[in-house]
Write a protein that binds this ligand. Structure first.
Ligand code: NDP
Length: 263
């Protein structure tokens, strides 16, 4: 790293004004002594997004984060993909190396690191993952690698089945559960649905108890999922720790292991 250089990074999405990434990366830059300009970029549609990333790297940009709704478009644009990006079918971190656009997905590993920071054990534990969208897809491989026994429940069951099937070759493959199979004890329930964003009711049987940890990927909001967990006295956490940890992994990708940040 050239300590006197000013590096440019940014997050691209739509909407983007609410993104906390600039403040998180500014803190990382301060902690590592790197001069960093980290912007928010609004892209209007897929074509605008693709033009934006092309221009950004042509102008010497160091790295991009990608957020809703462009993670799948970013995945399709990459020439080199990490195993986690391939597993998720989505990319949240972009960089250029050897003239090629590289993509990774740090969300799932960020989740596992966040759980670890809350002292939530995964090895051999029964984990229920709610959702089968991009965030859930990104979480399955890191959870399995951490030794969790993963069950998946999604409103649209076929998507949970498809997701579980992708890991059928694992020693302990995930199971796709139906609604009436949910009334069992889990060590951890992760809400990877976007239901909490709109405050829809949390429509599940009573599956929390005081030893079930609850992790809500949405952050900064007391969602119905978190409210339900708290009613049962379950230890509960929102997605801010995941946001921090996925960002920390992106930062390390862009600036190297020597600038890896301690959690
Ligand atoms: P997607 O749009 O890809 O998937 C949405 C998922 O939520 C689907 O499984 C969908 O089910 C389900 N869902 C939506 N509405 C409801 C509802 N009313 N009831 C039950 N299920 C519902 O979104 P993502 O996977 O990208 O994101 C999911 C959440 O994770 C978002 O809230 C996002 O903000 C959060 N997130 C947080 C991160 C962090 O760092 N903290 C990182 C990434 C995501 P169906 O298939 O039936 O439509």
């Amino acid at each position: 790293m050239n300590q006197s250089a000013l590096y440019r990074c940014a997050v691209v999405g739509n909407p983007i004004a609410h993104s906390r990434s600039p403040e998180i990366h500014a803190q990382f830059a301060q902690d590592t002594g790197i001069s960093l300009q980290y912007d928010r970029i609004l892209a209007h549609d897929d074509a605008d997004f693709l033009a934006t990333i092309k221009r950004f790297f042509a102008d010497g940009g160091r790295g991009l984060n990608v957020t809703v709704p462009f993670k799948v478009t970013a995945f399709a644009a990459c020439e080199v993909l990490s195993p986690y990006a391939k597993a998720a079918g989505a990319v949240n971190t972009l960089w250029l190396a050897d003239g090629k656009l590289h993509g990774d997905n740090t969300d799932g590993r960020g989740l596992v690191k966040a759980l670890c920071s809350h002292h939530i054990e995964l090895q051999g534990k029964k984990v229920l993952l709610l959702g089968a969208g991009g965030a859930a897809r990104g979480a399955v491989l890191p959870l399995l690698e951490a030794g969790a026994k993963v069950s998946i429940y999604n409103r649209t069951h076929s998507k949970a089945l498809d997701l579980a099937k992708e890991y059928a070759h694992f020693p302990t493959p995930p199971k796709a559960l139906l609604h009436d199979q949910l009334a069992q004890a889990f060590d951890l329930i992760i809400n990877a649905t976007s239901a909490g964003l709109g405050n829809e009711a949390f429509d599940l049987p009573v599956i929390f108890n005081e030893t079930t940890a609850a992790y809500e990927m949405v952050y900064g909001k007391e969602t119905p999922f978190l409210q339900a967990a708290k009613r049962f006295g379950a230890p509960s956490f929102d997605g801010y720790s995941m946001l921090m940890e996925q960002a920390r992994l992106s930062f390390t990708i862009w600036f190297g292991e020597e600038n890896a940040l301690e959690s």
